[in-house]
Ligand binder design. Structure first.
Ligand code: ARG
Length: 266
């Protein structure tokens, strides 16, 4: 059973520009955002079989909906994020309060180490990948590796449109991987190739990567992904997964999609 944390989009909007997708002049529509977010919760619960938990939205924190950035959680420990942008640093205490209330052991990194949670840390039971340069500092991964007793392979993100690891890489439950190779420097591409065999890797085509095909939520054999990604859906079908497309365009205006809107709690 997969448990996911989400936050309703009551105060979601494009109020600042901290990634190339965000333009204050391209405002999100509140009603459409709510409808899309509710459709996502329905698909996750009813079709993928996930169990959802919710945190309270907070006025003035439009990106709090992107709970993937709250923390990395593992075996009862939570390492909360330290956001690079001051606009999002204001979210930190709300996430910390939630983890504390839920009984997680909250372990903070040094304040000068930027780290953006599960948005930048993804992987398999045997090892994790850690995206760095755009948001998270590479030095955070030494500490995280010790805290969680995990191998973390740092991978450099080189395209500003794909500023978090979860915008360009998605590990699947059977050991396969969706990713967008040009988002990584050549060394990171080599590292990924050395750890996931070719037959298990799907290089998402550019138009679908730009629709955030990699920002998908995998629950067992179910994969919830944004609409407009037919080649990714075909590959998933051929590999025994059940893709569930959801229209999340309002959130793409903020540089996010399905995966960013959830945080895996176990
Ligand atoms: N506007 C948010 C930001 O730039 C979007 C975060 C999306 N989250 C993610 N895990 N990719 O920080």
């Amino acid at each position: 059973m997969s448990r996911l944390l989400m936050c309703p989009p009551d105060y979601f909007g494009i109020e600042y520009e901290i990634n190339p997708w965000m333009r204050v002049s391209n405002q999100s529509d509140g009603d459409r955002a709510r409808t899309q977010w509710q459709a996502l919760t329905r698909v996750l619960e009813d079709e993928a079989g996930a169990k959802l938990e919710f945190m309270e939205p907070v006025p003035g924190l439009p990106d709090l909906v992107f709970t993937a950035n709250a923390s990395v959680l593992h075996e009862g420990k939570a390492v909360p994020s330290r956001f690079r942008h001051p606009e999002r640093q204001r979210e930190e205490r709300h996430f910390i309060d939630w983890f504390t209330k839920k009984g997680y052991e909250v372990i903070k990194l040094d304040a000068e180490l930027y780290f953006e949670g599960a948005g930048d840390v993804l992987g398999f039971p045997e090892f994790w990948f850690g995206g760095y340069r755009q948001r998270t500092d590479i030095r955070a991964y030494d500490k995280l590796s010790t805290i969680f007793s995990k191998i973390i392979l740092p991978v450099e993100l080189v395209d500003q449109r794909f500023y978090h690891l979860d915008t360009c890489l998605c590990p699947l439950s059977g050991g396969e991987l969706l990713y967008f190779p040009p988002a990584f420097d050549s060394y990171a591409q080599t590292v990924i190739a050395a750890h996931v065999e070719q037959s298990k890797r799907f290089a998402v085509p550019s138009p679908e990567a730009e629709r955030f095909a990699c920002n998908a939520v995998c629950v067992d054999r179910h994969v919830v992904l944004p609409t407009g990604c037919p080649e990714t859906m075909a590959w998933l079908n051929q590999h025994g997964y059940i893709p569930h497309p959801v229209d999340l365009d309002e959130f793409l205006k903020a540089g996010g999609s399905a995966k960013c809107l959830t945080l895996a709690l176990d």
